[in-house]
Design a protein. Sequence first.
Lengths: 378, 401
Amino acid sequence: MRANIAQAVDRRTLLRLALLAAVEKLPAKAPARPDRPARKVVLATIAGVRRKETFAATGPDNIPRLRGELMPQALFYENCVNEGVTSHFNSISSILTGVWQHVDDWGRDLPRNPTLINYVRNQLHLDPTQTFVVTSNKALTANIGAGGNVILTKQLLIEAVERIALGFSRRPRLDRDLLLEELTDVMQQDYERIGWEVPGPAATMEPRLKQTFLTALANFVKGPDNATSGDELTFMVAAEVLRRVEPALLMINFSDVEVAHFGVYSAHLAGIRNTDAICYRLWNLLQSLPAYAGQTALVIMPEFGRDPDGSTTNGFFNHRTNTEENRVTWLMVLGPSASRPAYVKKTVRHIDVAPSLGAFLGVECSESVGEMLPEFRA
Amino acid sequence: MTTIDKELLKRLPRTFVPSLNEQLDKWDLLFPAEQRTLQNQLDYLAGLAPGDFDGLFRAMKDVEAKMQLPAWEASSRRISISETSLLVRSPFYPQWRSEVEKVFARIDEGIEARKSRKPRRSVVVCLLPAGLPLPAGIPWPRLAQAGRTLSLRAAFSDGAEQFLLALARQTDSAADPAERTWVFETGDALSRTLASGADGLTPLSFESLGPARKAFLQRLNVIKKDLHSADQAYDDLRHLDLASLLGKGLGRDLRLSSFIRDLFLSGNGALLFGNAFVEWGSSEAMRRAQPQLLICSFGIRHKLKPFSSVAVFEDQGRASPAPEQDDAPSSLIDAQILAEYVYLTTSRLPSYVEQTLGVFAIEDSSTVQVLGPLPSTGWPSGPLALAELGTGIVRWMEEGA
């Protein structure tokens, strides 16, 4: 048992470091609004979903809002190719850098090239609150958004659930009230320990960010939607960041669909439907916030597909094959870039996203090898 | 145990060596079909003229030369998770995979060409439980073109045991028991009822394997988020004493214990969800042991409880006070596609392709889908008794013997 606790504490270190990244980047006081760029970008990536369960003829029941509500107002690229490593960390870092990345899959290394976060921060001279990554995926670490703020929401949720489930908490069972207490505890303890873990002046959490988290956690656990999934928490944290911090660049990552690795196809489909609903809520939220409405590009894209039915890698369970089903998905762009909605048949690549979004924000992704998509020009 | 010529080992691509050594190290734990396959491959390679041998592997060695490979030597015994990670993230990995597939396709082609007879006829039965909210029409519309839909006079459960026993008794009695009949099921009803009625039965029940699964999950739960920790945990699990966890029968069978260990270590939900265990276990059994009859019995899983599903390696019953509830609609969605996957596996394995009948049934339904090369004529036009279907399939198996 002692060994188990030690291991669990070690895992907590990951969360601590991620949250520390957020604290370190926040200034003592937020700068005045005029320093902030008018144009903003929200990039939403979904883990592995095949076209056959989404935008193919067999998939529309799973994505009623993406297809019925958002697609008619979007620039929709029907073939978006991941030519790199079809793992989470490498896929997302390729999207963010505009260069195919081949680094450690577990996020131990930084991407080998600057990310959109770095370009935006450096070229627009933005303060540290202006770039955020809020992510569900357990395979990601703070390295995915180095230079910006990274919040690993699912790690936080798993940490709290595991503490109760494994009996490391004084809270005896997993119900909503106790989970909220545990989540809050995990957060408080991690911030209290920061001064001990990494000596420095940021020994306590910046009050505004702390309130952002607490509000999001309360909304998640106590809200009217009976939310329970990691992606719902990720959305609620991202929503609070958008409302309270108003960053110029937010990358948000959803991963409920990855339950497919355990062979539960029904839960994978439920994850797709949940993501569909969240993306719709995200778009509506952006339209309701003055800082974002009418001047924000929202990009929605899967990281990759999944393996074909009948493959040696067990079909939808995994995402390892060098096949069209695994490599080719889709890309949706909403906002000013989609002032002329269109269904684009040409093939584009994941690495084209960073330079295109960079151009939208007025920065040059100098090391990117992707091409700027002309349709993005608003 | 077979041995390998050290000179041959030196001439093979570097990426082949660790896994080949691993296979040879556990030769006694391999099923006869695996031993035959490996021996045939080694014999084929040893018999190639030097120019043909080099030609077979040239493209692959060219790709390997561009890759940053781990420092494997001729004595390396296994590819670790860390080494796999290095391999998979190489820019040349897709090219390497493609070359592996080409090389094995050529080797298999060469071996098949030397074989004088077709593989024996096999049967795969996929059985879904009663109580599912079945849609109108046939349950596996995507497979309809690959066979025919038959009406039974009664629900499949009426006579299922005798039907399955008739098929099991028709398997090749001269073959190793591992090559006759395997049963994968979420519960344990078939394992209990069929075991006494037929020889050569290998039953594996998700429920009965509970103690072993829990022991694996406990250890996997403490993996830290790094490759070294994962390698360490997997290494520990390779040495975990399974005998006491598997009970007297299974625990004494070293080959089967090893299969179960490998199955649990290979992921794909086999530790956590009964239906995934049935599907992935069946696919692995076909690939490795090549049974002539495979019976896959899917079940109804519990609903995932709020929050507990984010930490799927946990026992949700322990953490949440809410009572367990069956989730029949979701179980139907899971079992439909997983049963299809079992049958699709037969289409890529030389020992099954074009020689395998698929029987897809639901316990409380009188509709059965039969896929594969069963003659389309000679069946009564109206509903038939399950025993008649059994007789027809037994006759088909006999014709191929």
